[in-house]
Write a protein that binds this ligand. Sequence first.
Ligand code: DC
Length: 226
Amino acid sequence: MKKIIIAIDGNSGCGKSTTAKALAKKLHYIYIDTGAMYRAVTLFFIEHDIDLNNEEDVKNALAQIDISFKYNEETGHNDTYLNGKNVEREIRQMEVSNLVSPVSEIPAVRRKLQEQQRRLGEDKGVVMDGRDIGTVVFPDADLKIFMTADLEVRAERRRKEMHEKGMNVELNEVIANLKERDRIDSSRADSPLKKADDAIVVDTSHLTFDEQVNKILELAEEKMKA
Ligand code: DC
């Protein structure tokens, strides 16, 4: 079977990452969480007090950022590393979630990460999830999925996920964050979140996790045979 590129885009918190991860595991593909890359840049900007409106500061900061992924034997997932340090936990915190969309609007940030994403996927056999993968990063991806789910469902799933990791947040806070990120991500000038014309919509509001993974797996297997 031929190796393909699978692009999964969609709103914040609709289960893209967990689905993409499970799919990659079943196919023995590489999984790239591009949201984690934007989160890592955001963490660096917070830690170094970078003024998002100062182009020179942003440019200098970007030159000092190296993002990589390393497999974690214990969890079975790829952890995100910022300049050699494991930041997997820190990048999921609300402080980062609240600033990541404004950071992702900056064209210089997007250019740097999009270039790295293209390099990571050039050998195919990859599942990449984000907001602009099927539209900008890999417009020729073999399979494009646009995932969505009702806001309340997404917020409850996200709250539960954070709770399981020991991060307790109020449902209202999660709802406000998801809503605001959707608004900024969809309306920004540079590579906004939008469905690619040839993407297949998967609404996960009423699907179990296994159902959503199997649905995309079937679509992927069809493309791999073609
Ligand atoms: O997938 P996530 O929720 O962890 O992504 C965090 C933010 O990163 C998201 O709100 C917008 C930004 N992002 C982006 O602009 N483009 C991508 N390809 C992936 C994420």
